[in-house]
Design a protein around this ligand. Sequence first.
Ligand code: NAD
Length: 288
Amino acid sequence: MSLTNLEVVGVIGAGTMGHGVAQVCAQAGFEVLLYDVTPGAVAEGVRRIDRNLSVGVEKGKVTAAEREAALGRLKGVASLDALAPAGLVIECAPERLELKQSLFRALSAVVSPDAVLASNTSSLSLTEIAAAATGPHRVVGLHFFNPVHLMKLLEVVQALQTSASTVETVKAFGAALKKELIIVRDSPGFASSRLGVALGLEAIRMLEEGVGSAADIDRAMELGYGHPMGPLKLGDLVGLDVRLAIAEYLYAETGSPTFRPPQLLKKMVRAGKLGKKSGEGFYSYPTE
Ligand code: NAD
């Protein structure tokens, strides 16, 4: 699949990342098919896209006509089979290897043999995900950042099996989305999560030890190191369940104590304090 004949993009998962990925694809002119297994999730994703675009119009970043056109290119679908016309599918399902492998196995049989299959995984082995697909050369990591419509970076992750032509296609696709690309080889946590999660987990350990308040630990990085957002606030934004899943995987994969999940993180997830999406994490959030 080359970019010139790529018209339809499929997105699996309409949660924190999936709705954002669907939005930027629709804004870039692609027809988007959005699928989620949870009842109501697609409708909620479309509602969030509608709201993001309305804010864009209010701020003068998007015209009303562009908003309408993007929404017109977006279609929710009720089954994986409905993604058949897609030349590129971007999987944004939860961070679990077996789940992603089963989705890629099923997807391989649904889309055309030259369709590109991408995962938005933050840390998992693309090589292992690709191994589950038919035609593993067309599997690649497309790691977007949250919120997708505002964050410039797109980390392209090459599995051991990824072909050069697949990389060329996704480079052109990333450019069409107006993202800045980095290209990395498959390795636990890639470039971004390996560094970002190390910092985030250390901040949680510091909070556990009583080094400072969440706000002061965050301010150390914001004001002292010029980070736009401190590591605890960022954890809340990402979702503490997502952070924990990544930490558990990186710890199992590398054995490095840097990635051992702190007790506080585990307890917060067990208590349903998942950050912004649940209304409470290291900070409290009014319901959206
Ligand atoms: P999320 O929990 O917000 O959304 C996941 C969605 O997938 C849910 O709506 C769920 O119903 C759906 N889903 C679950 N099983 C499915 C299936 N079998 N088929 C279709 N849909 C299914 O999660 P998220 O934060 O959007 O994370 C998704 C992926 O993106 C993960 O791999 C995560 O590591 C990665 N990621 C997350 C962030 C972040 O900031 N949250 C950033 C970059 C990458």
